[in-house]
Design a protein around this ligand. Structure first.
Ligand SMILES: Cc1ncc(COP(=O)(O)O)c(C=O)c1O
Length: 435
């Protein structure tokens, strides 16, 4: 009853993200009243395993005691102070740690992923302007890429359903071939295909580099495209091309950062250092909106000087919010204290082995994994497959949101072997029901 009332009230006044609201009449939103670990609970007390970490943000479970304690402690000190003209311990400590962990040098903060993309694009453009190369105004991104939905971020995104309507509002950008290994030809390895795809970028750069400020990529996994995965050799080649043609490399690690690909940052697997790195989502363990753009010292120095306009005059009210920074520090402490990356390697291997029956299901194709991200395509999926599968999984006590006919798992790192079994059993059952 309480649940129905909440759904009626949300439908009256809440405009939900990425949703045709009319569809909520037939498929009402899930009304969540609390969470604990991997579990989300509705008002009736039904538990759902959060198989996609609440849009890829949650790392250490809902209501994690250590992150809760850090936020409560910070709350008693200072909840927020503007970062223009002020500073505070949590933002300094977090910046020191991010610099040490990424090998980059300076940290600029935003509030969410899309704002990080905007910051990185503007920084790159402004760098070239300050360096006396104002013709470098364009960006190259990858086919199937996704970098957020504000106008600048959407300009470098390549997902038609999000982009086409707004085309008249967007800046032109060029898309290079995606290194997605599913596009490899028969007999071609993932690495060979990644290097072949990089040659498309080489061709574009050769023609356009005088006008190009930066190449922006999602390293290792193009998540919103349906967990399209590629070989790390691609990263090395792109780094080399960007150096050869004096173009910035922006690594958008918003979805893949903080351990999702098996290493703390995906760039580590290509052994590369981008010029700019965007972080968000898991940065606070999934607690509070925060994003960061890390910049090399070379980028930073181009802004440093006497003229105010030479500085990066970009701001968001909640930049470097102390509560969010404390959540991020608590989350980084868990990585170290619990040796999370090593534990995830075991969990990953366990899930792979336990998923054998699912992999063998006649409807499953391209079963793949990078770190703690799994995905597969479903053969003979109907137009409503994503909704059907979501509902069927929900009935089994698991929250999953396929992207088209791609089902993926991106669970919180605190998932146990027993919970992995539940995730897989529910998915198997949902697969036999969803059409
Ligand atoms: C790679 C990538 N970049 C940017 C974004 C945008 O982040 P936000 O939704 O926080 O604006 C996302 C969101 O899914 C993403 O996956």
């Amino acid at each position: 009853m309480q649940q129905n009332d909440l759904i009626r009230r949300t439908q009256a006044v809440v405009w939900h993200p990425c949703t045709q609201m009319k569809q909520h009449l037939a498929t009402p939103p899930l009304a969540i009243s609390r969470g604990s670990g991997v579990w989300l609970y509705d008002a009736a007390g039904r538990a759902y395993l959060d198989g996609i970490s609440s849009w890829w943000v949650n790392l250490f479970g809902h209501a994690n005691p250590r992150i809760n304690a850090a936020i409560c402690d910070q709350l008693a000190q200072i909840e927020h102070v503007m970062l223009a003209g002020c500073t505070h311990e949590p933002v300094v400590a977090l910046s020191e740690q991010l610099v040490a962990l990424t090998g980059l040098d300076h940290v600029f903060y935003g509030s969410d992923g899309a704002s990080a993309t905007e910051i990185a694009l503007k920084m790159s453009f402004h760098y070239w302007h300050n360096c006396g190369r104002p013709s470098k105004t364009e960006f190259i991104s990858l086919a199937q890429g996704y970098h957020g939905e504000t106008l600048g971020a959407l300009s470098v995104t390549d997902v038609a359903i999000f982009k086409d309507t707004y085309a008249p509002l967007l800046r032109h950008s060029t898309q290079a071939a995606s290194p997605d290994w599913r596009l490899a030809e028969a007999g071609e390895s993932a690495e060979q295909y990644a290097l072949r795809a990089a040659e498309d970028l080489a061709r574009i750069l050769q023609q356009q580099h005088e006008r190009v400020a930066a190449v922006i990529i999602e390293p290792l996994v193009q998540a919103a495209a349906g967990m399209a995965m590629h070989h790390p050799a691609y990263l090395r080649r792109v780094r080399q091309l960007c150096d050869d043609y004096s173009v910035h490399l922006i690594a958008d690690e918003i979805a893949v950062g903080f351990g999702r690909t098996g290493t703390l940052f995906a760039c580590e697997q290509g052994d590369i250092r981008p010029d700019l790195m965007c972080l968000s989502k898991g940065i606070t363990g999934g607690y509070l909106p925060l994003s960061a753009v890390l910049a090399s010292d070379a980028v930073y120095q181009a802004f440093y000087g006497d003229a105010t306009a030479r500085g990066f005059l970009h701001s968001h009210s909640y930049t470097g919010n102390p509560l969010a920074c404390r959540a991020a520090l608590a989350s980084l402490a868990i990585f170290e204290q619990d040796q999370v990356l090593a534990g995830n390697a075991h969990k990953g291997a366990y899930l792979d082995a336990a998923a054998m029956p699912l992999r063998a299901h006649p409807r499953v194709a391209n079963f793949r994994r990078t770190g703690m991200i799994w995905a597969f395509e479903v053969r003979d999926a109907g137009a409503d497959f994503a909704r059907d599968f979501y509902l069927a999984a929900l009935a089994q006590g698991v929250l999953l949101r396929p992207i088209g006919n791609t089902v993926y798992f991106m669970p919180p790192y605190v998932i146990t072997e027993e919970q992995i079994d539940h995730l897989l059993d529910a998915s198997f059952a949902a697969l036999t029901q969803a059409i």
